[in-house]
Design a protein around this ligand. Structure first.
Ligand SMILES: Cc1ncc(C[n+]2csc(CCOP(=O)(O)OP(=O)(O)O)c2C)c(N)n1
Ligand code: SF4
Length: 474
């Protein structure tokens, strides 16, 4: 006799630990399609042997807690942004199998542009789009895929095309682009259709394993609770009302043949060496490794656009790299090309840096008065403020911070170029904090400044900073 043993897929956790009440059970409502799709995906992951290299991108929506279920790498993405997160991971993890799992509110509402552009780039990703024609998690509002006449919380009289537009066929939109290799719509209306869904899910994952390109599976899925039906009624409605609007079937399968819309054999990747060149970092330059930080440096450099605030930040971060330290640089600037406010946060540490954001710096370098006004209160007690006193002509108000008033713009004008003010302040910061050495600063600056006269000016700016420090800080 033939025996079939059913067991839970290895890539699903054995129990779903949740906060009580209801610990160790799925948080999905009875008859919900999410659980079915989770199973189909998990079994495919097992059978393809990819559990250890799969990264699952959870959306915002009822399936937000997919990371409680899938025993794979997990990341939870901002609403609708999973395709962008997945694309970024694609670029850095060549061998990872990356799944973006999204509802219709997430993918076709707030995230429509993300999915269209990821598909258009032909990212080698697998997208599972759970279309239940409603916003489930938030209590049944109209989704872009809600069908005409369907009653929802926000369309109590039923969706009317003249008011809310027509339901959007996302699979058709994706199939209208050149790059995707596999687009299929499936349904969970009955057991036979679930088996078809199973095959499409496997195919979409296998395509990624074989590096074939962008695969998209739209899955028509019941949401009995918000459709206000029993699970059995919901499956019937799915078949009789949803499927006619969203016909199931394959819309594209280029993965079958040799055709590769993106000519993937010749990947247009930027080499690491080129990235170093763009950043102005010399890869061959041995790290000096001489600096021992007294404490992690969280630096904010702020001023107005055109003062070289952002490039001073890049210079500092590159010096930190040259010192063999970990660093991040995160710019923030107004929409204007010139004259708007600009600031950059730079972290420097011996340890791995968790976030590039600098909210409370221990070193603030301010190039003008508005920046001093804006950021003085954010500095941590015991920190330091390096003030460009040529433009920020007031003493600092805080007593728990050490100020350094450097007339950097006047000094830079004396040298012959006002743009050098940032380098003067950076030099004073380097000498006071010890976070980077002057030798490193002198070595790194030529990597990003190619014009000889500008380079000379900047090297003289460093000398001016050293002289100011000698006269004022001893
Ligand atoms: C930026 C942002 N906007 C709105 C919300 C509220 N919100 C949470 S889930 C959701 C809709 C989810 O619907 P869908 O993607 O269809 O998934 P389902 O819950 O049906 O599985 C919305 C609008 C949010 N969390 N974040
Ligand atoms: S609200 Fe709908 S989509 Fe969400 S868990 Fe319940 S049945 Fe599933």
């Amino acid at each position: 006799m033939h025996t079939i043993k059913h067991h839970k897929a290895d890539s699903l956790y054995p129990t779903f630990e949740r906060k009580a009440p209801g610990a160790e059970v799925s948080h999905y409502c009875p008859g919900c399609g999410h659980g079915t799709v989770h199973n189909l995906i998990a079994e495919a992951i097992d059978d393809l042997g990819i559990q250890d290299r799969t990264i699952f991108c959870s959306p915002v929506g009822c399936s937000v807690f997919a990371y409680y279920y899938f025993d794979v790498g997990n990341i939870q993405c901002a609403h609708g942004r999973a395709p962008a997160v997945a694309s970024a991971m694609r670029r850095v993890h060549d061998d990872a199998i990356i799944i973006s799992y999204q509802g219709d509110g997430d993918l076709a509402g707030i995230g429509m542009s993300q999915i269209v552009h990821a598909a258009n780039r032909g990212e080698n990703l697998t997208i599972f789009f759970i279309n239940n024609a409603i916003y489930g998690m938030t209590g049944g509002q109209m989704a872009p895929t809600t069908i005409v006449g369907q009653k929802t919380v926000t369309t109590p009289g039923g969706r009317h095309a003249a008011n809310e537009g027509f339901p959007i066929g996302v699979a058709e939109i994706i199939a209208s682009l050149h790059a995707p290799v596999f687009v299929e719509r499936v349904s969970l209306a009955n057991a036979t259709k679930v088996m078809k869904a199973r095959m499409a899910i496997r195919k979409a994952l296998r395509n990624q394993v074989e590096k074939k390109g962008f695969s998209f599976v739209e899955i028509l899925s019941p949401c009995p609770v918000n459709w206000k039906m029993t699970p059995v009624e919901a499956r019937r409605w799915l078949e009789n009302s949803l499927e006619p609007v969203f016909p199931v079937g394959n819309l594209r399968d280029l993965a079958k043949g040799p055709f590769d819309p993106l000519d993937r054999k010749k990947p247009a990747r930027v080499s690491e060496r080129r990235i170093f060149e763009i950043l102005g970092v010399n890869e061959e330059e041995p790290h000096s490794g001489t600096v021992r930080l007294k404490e992690e440096q969280n630096v904010k450099i702020a001023g107005f656009g055109g003062q070289g605030v952002l490039s001073a930040g890049v210079l500092l971060a590159n010096c930190a790299i040259a010192e063999g330290l970990n660093t991040t640089w995160l710019p923030s600037y107004g929409a204007e090309m010139r004259g708007g406010t600009a600031n950059a946060g730079i972290n420097i540490s011996h340890e791995t840096i968790g976030s590039p954001i600098v909210t409370n710096p221990n070193a603030l370098i301010v190039m003008n008065l508005p920046s001093l006004d804006a950021f003085e209160d954010t500095v941590r007690p015991g920190g330091a403020i390096y003030v460009n006193s040529s433009l920020a002509k007031r003493p600092i108000r805080r007593a728990d911070i050490t100020p350094y008033y450097v007339p950097a713009s006047d000094m830079a004008v004396d040298l012959g170029a006002i743009q050098c003010a940032g380098v003067i302040l950076l030099t004073v910061y380097a000498l006071v904090s010890g976070a980077i050495t002057i030798e490193t600063l002198q070595k790194v600056i030529p990597l990003s400044i190619k014009r000889k006269n500008l380079l000379d000016l900047n090297l003289r700016a460093i000398e001016a900073g050293i002289a100011w420090h000698r006269e004022n800080c001893r």
